[in-house]
Design a protein around this ligand. Structure first.
Ligand SMILES: Cc1ncc(COP(=O)(O)O)c(C=O)c1O
Length: 511
């Protein structure tokens, strides 16, 4: 079909800079509605991202990312050498008529909260965490119940009335002191209990930081690929997420400085990149700190599983190199104990503590006091250090078992990623042309949770593979789980199913 000229219609795009929705979201919604309601016809050329950015006074990256989302969703398509066009067949939608769109708009306006914050929050599906290979989950069946129960019982017998009223928004003093000591011993971080804020897991740390240090519409660097759940928190805070590529040295600071030099914040995982597993090089760490100082920006260091290192020498957290007080350090008890505790911590510069505590109080007052006190005693008695020692041994074995299973059961289909021996997961790339999202869905039917690597990307260049957790999977279940995954890949990819079926005749997929 011959292309139609650029439609003058897009000039009616009116961006509201005071709106809680980001500029990128507004552009995406404008084009979606125009296509669905038939105001932009198939084959119509849309303006270049450069022209869109210039005419509407938005950053080029905002226009580029809005277009990338529209391409990924199937509203626009690119023709090499000639630009972007409204796709010939766009996503099926029940309401393509103007009347139906108006009805939807009216229904939405009766739900102001949903309208404001829910539209495209890209939260990945929540895995069934008991399934083999579920990523990010520690060994839940090794939770230290006995010590936890003993400490809880003793605390409850003391009947601490002061733990039953409202507590300190910054967190219980004894827990903040225990965390400060733990960070010194385990991560080489020297900080005072006064700098620590006890939070409801890393997720709340990302949310509070986004809201304390940036305004809606501000740019923030995120790692590409990166942590989708963290991205969702930034999206909910209406920040412009700028996906900065990651290589074996970590986030590409020069690329970030080109893409969004004036970003307010960078969310990074220097100790163990999530999900690829690289450790950020010293060179990049220094470059990142330099950029932050020069740009008057902040760095949020998400050290989600830095405690787990099975070989090689770890680099100290970025926080320990920071002389300009640009780094906020984020830690969690989700990986060292259990995510259901919903307890984590944020180390902030002394001058920012009151503002963060006020924001925490305004959000949910404070973390549960009794649970904080139990955890404080658990750490102070040395039980956390002992638990970690045991878990490191267990996970090193489980990691080895997963690597062996990949080699034996998935050779030629999946290729494990070369990365330091660390963390609770590893990445296996697809070595055959196949769709990781479809294969992951099929694997779920076999009760295997293999998170698709492409979901960890925000842009349109997506690697295909799987992010596989090994910590909550017993060694004897690794090989059957990997076999099931290979079978799922084969079933969603007809051309290799024949060969794999022959290989798989001798076993049953019963992970
Ligand atoms: C990169 C990253 N950061 C943080 C977390 C922990 O999140 P939370 O403390 O909110 O449970 C995870 C868990 O999967 C993660 O993958």
């Amino acid at each position: 079909m011959a292309s139609r000229p650029i439609s003058p219609l897009w000039n009616s795009l009116a961006l509201d800079r005071g709106a809680p929705r980001s500029l990128q979201d507004q552009i995406v919604e404008y084009f979606r509605a125009a296509v669905l309601e038939g105001r932009l016809k198939a084959g119509t050329r849309v303006p270049s991202s450069r022209a869109l950015a210039a005419d509407h006074a938005v950053a080029r990256i905002t226009a580029v990312q809005a277009y990338e989302r529209l391409v990924a969703e199937g509203y626009l398509a690119s023709r090499p050498g000639s630009g972007l066009f409204v796709a010939e067949s766009h996503p099926k939608h029940p309401a393509r008529t103007a009347a139906a769109a108006a009805r939807r708009a009216q229904a939405r306006s009766r739900m102001p909260v949903l309208k404001r914050s829910m539209p495209a929050l890209a939260m990945p599906p929540r895995p069934n965490e008991s399934m083999p290979l579920a990523t990010g989950i520690p060994a839940l069946d090794h939770f230290p119940w006995r010590d936890w129960a003993r400490i809880t019982a003793r605390l409850h017998r003391e009947r601490p009335l002061d733990a039953l009223g409202h507590g300190d928004p910054q967190g219980e003093r004894e827990l903040r002191e225990a965390i400060a000591q733990y960070l010194g011993a385990a991560r080489g971080i020297s900080c005072a209990a006064e700098q620590i804020l006890v939070i409801a897991g890393s997720q709340q740390g990302i949310d509070l930081t986004a809201r304390a240090l940036a305004r809606p519409g501000d740019a923030i660097w995120i790692e590409e690929p990166g942590y989708p759940v963290g991205r969702a928190a930034l999206e909910a805070a209406a920040l412009e997420r700028v996906p900065v590529p990651v290589d074996a040295e970590g986030i590409d600071v020069a690329a970030g400085a080109r893409m969004a030099p004036a970003a307010r914040l960078a969310l990074v995982t220097p100790s163990h990149h999530y999900p690829l597993g690289f450790t950020m090089s010293l060179r990049r760490r220094l470059a990142l700190l330099d950029w932050a100082e020069g740009a008057d920006a902040w760095i949020l260091e998400d050290d989600y599983d830095g405690e787990y290192r099975y070989g090689g020498r770890p680099l100290a957290p970025l926080y320990t190199l920071d002389r300009g007080h640009r780094v906020l350090y984020l830690g969690t008890f989700s990986k060292v104990l259990a995510p259901g505790l919903r307890l984590g911590y944020l180390v902030v510069p002394a001058g920012a503590v009151d503002a963060f505590a006020a924001l925490k109080a305004a959000t949910d007052r404070h973390a549960p006091s009794l649970a904080q006190r139990v955890l404080a005693r658990f750490i102070a008695e040395g039980r956390l250090a002992a638990h970690l020692r045991r878990m490191r041994g267990l996970y090193a074995g489980r990691r080895r078992a997963l690597l062996d299973a990949l080699q034996q059961e998935a050779a030629g289909v999946l290729q494990a990623f070369e990365a330091p021996e660390a963390g609770l997961h590893l990445v296996a790339r697809l070595a055959v042309p196949a769709e990781d999202v479809a294969a992951s869905r099929r694997a779920l039917e076999k009760r295997i949770y293999a998170a698709p690597l492409s979901n960890y990307h925000a842009g349109i260049n997506r690697e295909r593979g799987f992010v596989l957790g090994f910590a909550n999977t017993r060694e004897d279940r690794m090989a059957p789980a990997v076999r099931c995954l290979v079978e799922a890949i084969a079933e969603t990819r007809p051309q290799i199913s024949q060969r794999k079926r022959t290989n798989s005749a001798a076993w049953q997929c019963t992970a």
